[in-house]
Design a protein around this ligand. Sequence first.
Ligand SMILES: CC(C)(COP(=O)(O)OP(=O)(O)OC[C@H]1O[C@@H](n2cnc3c(N)ncnc32)[C@H](O)[C@@H]1OP(=O)(O)O)[C@@H](O)C(=O)NCCC(=O)NCCS
Length: 158
Amino acid sequence: MTISIEPMTLEDLEAVARIEKEAFEQPWSVQSFRTELIRNKMAHYLVARVGDKVAGYGGIWVIFNEAHLTTLAVGRPYRRCGVGTALLKALMKKAAELGARRISLEVRPSNHAARSLYEKFGFTIQGVRKRYYFNEDGLVMFNNNLDIDGETNDEPVS
Ligand SMILES: CC(C)(COP(=O)(O)OP(=O)(O)OC[C@H]1O[C@@H](n2cnc3c(N)ncnc32)[C@H](O)[C@@H]1OP(=O)(O)O)[C@@H](O)C(=O)NCCC(=O)NCCS
């Protein structure tokens, strides 16, 4: 399966919103993504394409030397095929290129798939945000070793 990673465009938003709805209990609206793309200068969003279909997407905010992963999701038919890995790798590279030296995210404790992916990319749990999700705490994970040449000093471990 050939996966290509490209900047998210307004034309992608319908497909992105479809994946968002199946992936999250409290999905972002198309309008939220539109605002991110048009108005948020700190925001950078990528899509993964398989053929001409959007298979997944993710985004970061970069503020000086800090990055935050705002979202990451892969459509069900494309899961467990390396799409999430390709997106996370590209987002971390982008963050490093823009000057970030560390990157954080929140994840549900019950989201074993995502936690496993993040651990492979060197993220470790650094804290807990109580009731971050309406029915669950949020684990705060960081990778503090984004490399100036991109990606991370911590190679994914399989
Ligand atoms: C988390 C998610 C993005 C992973 O995407 P993906 O394309 O399936 O991930 P990959 O195929 O690149 O898998 C990479 C690694 O992630 C972990 N992983 C992915 N799916 C998993 C699952 N169902 N169970 C356990 N580990 C899993 C594994 O470590 C996997 O490596 P392996 O296949 O060598 O075991 C995807 O499951 C998803 O969109 N989930 C719903 C949205 C979500 O929870 N986003 C994260 C919010 S914090």
